[in-house]
Write a protein that binds this ligand. Structure first.
Ligand code: COA
Length: 179
């Protein structure tokens, strides 16, 4: 199930606005994914140049067109510069259809609760608009900040789903799993 209504294109929290990406966000996609600190635990996500950033934007936009939701660009209200990205993507995890929760923020924005606030809003949105799919986060065991964001968003450890990922062994956090 997906929600193609314009409501999905902007989510708002007390401090943040989450908007569907546009081509104008490609520079920020590159800046954040080219920063080694932002891809320390997931080097396979790192981008090297504008061509790669345009390719990633196209894949994000294709998902928006296909599903009516995807990854949002996160900004503080009244600020033009993106803080980061947060959203969900359907995928298969160990034979099960799931929604994967994603977040990546510029290191300059870390430590002020922005990722937790954005991930909480996205999780609430997904539980309302895509209720048929479990929501999961795949987190590298050393990525404590990401684990805390998953927990803050309401996910809990699902050890039985742990396993190999793109960058090594992943711990799985989840909510809305079938019994
Ligand atoms: C993970 C990430 C999004 C967290 O962003 P952030 O804005 O600093 O997170 P928040 O400020 O919302 O903090 C959320 C929680 O993590 C904790 N935290 C933040 N940085 C931490 C760190 N380096 N070590 C331990 N805990 C940390 C906070 O104290 C907070 O905990 P609480 O919910 O118990 O209060 C950010 O570090 C990032 O973009 N990392 C690179 C990309 C990435 O790893 N994405 C996840 C891939 S699985």
């Amino acid at each position: 199930m997906s929600d193609r209504s314009p409501a999905a294109e902007e989510l708002r929290t007390s401090r943040l606005s989450l908007r569907r990406p546009t081509e104008a966000d490609i520079d920020a996609i590159l800046a954040i994914h080219r920063d080694p600190a932002a891809c320390l635990h997931n080097p396979s996500d790192a981008l090297a140049d504008l061509d790669e950033a345009e390719g990633l934007y196209r894949r994000w936009n294709d998902q928006w067109q296909r599903c009516g939701y995807g990854y949002w660009v996160v900004r503080r209200h009244g600020h033009a510069s993106p803080l980061g990205f947060c959203g969900v993507k359907p995928m298969e995890l160990r034979g099960m259809e799931v929604l994967n929760l994603f977040y990546r923020f510029a290191p300059s924005a870390w430590g002020r609760g922005f990722a937790g606030e954005a991930a909480t809003a996205v999780t609430a949105w997904a539980s309302q608009h895509v209720p048929g799919l479990p929501l999961i986060a795949r987190v590298r065991p050393a990525n404590v900040a990401s684990q805390r964001v998953a927990v803050r968003a309401g996910l809990t450890r699902a050890e039985r789903l742990d396993g190999p990922g793109h960058d090594g062994f992943d711990w799985i956090y989840a909510t809305n799993l079938p019994d």
